[in-house]
Design a protein around this ligand. Structure first.
Ligand code: TPP
Length: 320
């Protein structure tokens, strides 16, 4: 599949921005009182969200989970509004009510982050059903983890999607761990893609640290969905370089395993490919890093200078 230079640059850019954004959060959450709640990062997994979202159109919908920052930035979420929301400020994309774990960015068709493990796929099936029912020419893509893949709700969503041939792309982000459990401690199969056959959908395994491979798999799945041929399952093999959350000391992750995966970091990998193809120069890459740095600095300034929502707003925009 020929991928345009623009798309390749877009994937590299959203990976660089996500990494810089999350590296900043990694430092900010160490400062007491700065950021409320857990901090869950996708460091090392950026090729999944960036590759997948580059293959989608603005009108396509994504449903994401607790590890959502890269998915949302790759779908086009505004870094300032996202950062302000993570700070729980009134200028955040959810007016300070979601914080980092329940981010929703409807303007980019990312209407819901579900932190309930396995709750995203049924919501995505509902979105895809609506798209099919209204004969819309768009698809839904759902990100979920290897741990979520063991939840009954995910199987029910896959069953209905297969039965009704919904325009739905299931992306299982297999980062080896679910909390402190390795895949083999909670799941009897090594390749989660084997589940696809049970629900009459094609399944592929993709190197989840290769943004171009993720892009190709999603583009193929989207074409199939738009042709009315139904859902697809993509298992992206990747690795969680940080702990489950930032309070997790990662004692159960072997150090040599972490360093081996650091070597496979998706950002230098795509950078080197694009430089060798002549799509970018080393100087272009440095300029992208600099731009990401200043965007993140601006986002943090904006978040810090913004007010918290007032107590009177507590019941606005929520279901009670
Ligand atoms: C229904 C439910 N059970 C347990 C939890 C606690 N929990 C939050 S994230 C997580 C691990 C999920 O692992 P996985 O789906 O592989 O995603 P990853 O964290 O690796 O990205 C768990 C058990 C939860 N939020 N919801």
């Amino acid at each position: 599949m020929a991928i345009s230079a623009e798309k390749k640059k877009e994937m590299l850019w959203t990976m660089i921005l996500s990494r810089r954004f999350e590296d900043e959060l990694m430092e900010l959450c160490k400062i007491e009182g700065k950021i409320h709640g857990m901090m869950i990062l996708a460091t090392g997994q950026e090729a999944v969200g960036s590759g997948a979202c580059a293959a989608l159109a603005p009108e396509d919908v994504i449903i994401t989970n607790h590890r959502s920052h890269n998915h949302l930035l790759a779908k086009g979420a505004d870094a300032k509004a996202l950062m302000a929301e993570i700070f729980c400020k009134a200028t955040g994309c959810n007016k300070g009510k979601s914080g980092t774990l329940h981010l929703a960015v409807p303007e980019v068709n990312a209407p819901c982050t579900s932190t309930v493990v396995g709750a995203g796929p049924p919501i995505a099936a509902g979105q895809a059903f609506a798209q099919q029912y209204k004969r819309e020419k768009r698809v839904t893509l759902c990100f979920f983890g290897d741990g979520a893949a063991a939840e009954g709700s995910v199987h029910e969503a896959m069953n209905l999607a297969g039965l009704w041939r919904l325009p739905l792309i299931f992306i299982c982000e297999n980062n080896v761990y679910a909390g402190a459990q390795r895949l083999e401690e909670h799941t009897p199969v090594a390749d989660l893609v084997s589940r696809a056959a049970g629900y009459a959908m094609p399944g592929v395994i993709v190197d989840g640290n290769d943004a171009l491979a993720v892009y190709e798999a999603v583009a193929t799945a989207k074409k199939r969905a738009l042709a009315g041929e139904g859902p697809s399952f993509i298992e992206c093999k990747t690795y969680r370089l940080r702990g489950h959350g930032e309070a997790d000391p990662q004692l159960y992750q072997p150090k040599d395993e972490i360093s081996a995966w650091q070597e496979k970091c998706p950002i230098p990998r795509l950078r080197d490919t694009l430089v060798s193809e002549g799509v970018i120069t080393a100087a272009d890459f440095q300029a992208m890093e600099k731009q990401a740095q200043s965007m993140v600095e601006e986002a943090v300034r904006f978040a810090e200078d913004s007010p918290y929502p007032s107590p009177e707003e507590a019941l606005e925009d929520v279901l009670v």
